[in-house]
Design a binder for this molecule. Sequence first.
Ligand SMILES: Nc1nc2c(ncn2[C@@H]2O[C@H](COP(=O)(O)OP(=O)(O)O)[C@@H](O)[C@H]2O)c(=O)[nH]1
Ligand SMILES: [Mg+2]
Length: 242
Amino acid sequence: MNDRLVIIPTYNEKENIENIIRYVFSLQPAFDILIIEDNSPDGTAAIVENLQKEFSGLHMIRREGKLGLGTAYLTGFDWGLSQGYNYIFEMDADFSHNPDDLVRLYNACLEGADMAIGSRYVTGVNVVNWPMGRVLMSYFASKYVRIVTGMKIHDATAGFVCYTRKVLEDIQSKRIHFKGYAFQIEMKFTAWTAGFKLQEVPIIFTDRTLGTSKMSGGIFTEAFLGVFMMKLRSLFKTKKRR
Ligand SMILES: Nc1nc2c(ncn2[C@@H]2O[C@H](COP(=O)(O)OP(=O)(O)O)[C@@H](O)[C@H]2O)c(=O)[nH]1
Ligand SMILES: [Mg+2]
């Protein structure tokens, strides 16, 4: 076991899962992996089980059905903290996030960030192969979050993150409301209002070439109104911002 755990939520990722696991285990420094598998009908879990014979640092939590990204990550954070990991990462299974960037996110935390965010929008728009509509939606969603919350983050919905233990321990003591896109926003907002240091690391995000997206419209609606409610709630709490 080492100090670093990458959580990868999966739903129907049979085309990607073996490649991403092998890639992460080839990195230096070494990362352990926790797959949060929501009973994918395509047999993703069986592929992971098979690889567990080869890699002792490969872990999996199986849930009974598709319960959403937010609760998948919260389940993973609890497990990672209880196992003693000090750096816990969020990453997609579909290679949209380049696993090489895990090392850059980790280094940002070693150099003083409490939470490092793989960001598409620090220097313009670094998204490859997404339809224009989706790029615009994501980009303006981040602008919207910035205006409503006041948080100086360019990529508020980013799902490629390194958390240090103290951030997740603090978040464990709070209630996280959202499940989809808004979950990513809420995690950043919660850490930011608690006074932690968030740092964006520029990354290039490439749309998946294998498998299909699980993103849906309802997730977007949750985010739009939810961000407003989140800000309102926070105004009624005492802030300890540094
Ligand atoms: N465990 C779990 N994983 C999910 C769920 N929804 C999406 N994922 C995974 O979350 C990651 C991002 O989802 P994806 O469909 O690529 O979303 P997109 O990149 O925003 O289009 C992928 O690894 C998916 O397999 C879910 O409900 N449960
Ligand atoms: Mg994706």
